[in-house]
Write a protein that binds this ligand. Sequence first.
Ligand code: XBP
Ligand code: MG
Length: 236
Amino acid sequence: ELKALIFDVDGTLAETEEGHRLAFNRAFADAGLDWAWPPALYAELLAVTGGKERIAHYIARHRPDFTPPTGQPLPEFIAVLHAAKTKHYAALLAGGGIPLRPGVARLLREAKDAGVRLAIATTTSPENVTALFDATMPEALGWFEVIGAGDAVPRKKPAPDIYLYVLAALRLPPADCLAIEDSAPGTHAARDAGLQVIATLNDYTASHDFDGAMLLLNHLGEPGFPFKVLSGNANS
Ligand code: XBP
Ligand code: MG
């Protein structure tokens, strides 16, 4: 019996990754770094979830000789840089440029009215979740019983930790819940926590490996937006 829906945030509730990408680039420029992440590189970097982890991976892979000009230890430098990125991202959201994806507001309302419990499992920070709802659907933030976000668990997606954390907080077995995701790391995290997964694809994730998802959709469905089932396997 379905008792709860657990939503990913980035790419699932809204197409936020272009906003994240811009915010990273603005923070780099502010810090006087000549780093810039174009969309093709960012698509690759998305394999590493979590902004701080993504910056650390970029440095290791693409700037191996980098040392912080501030003299700070690298993890501290990355944390400060990432905090600046979060400020830019919040400003982008507050500007109103990033709407919820088709069907998200409808499904949240219908689930709430039907008594289906709501939760969030994301690698982004709790501030970013709040900023997204403040800008799009402020009344819905309080509908989520559990917001599992960011550094609440040590290992980010594709590790199942954040989903296990949310399931424990909901006090529900995975069989009573459904995860809504948009990417390979998110789908694998939910799968490995024992959850059924529906994935709504987007430009950054369409070519990902969705092993473990029972259904792939172009979005959650809303009048005026052509709806497509991209693949379905209810037994997987
Ligand atoms: C989203 C992410 C996040 C965002 C950036 O993955 O990987 O890192 O890109 O957010 P998912 P922060 O949708 O699977 O949770 O910079 O706040 O970490
Ligand atoms: Mg996502």
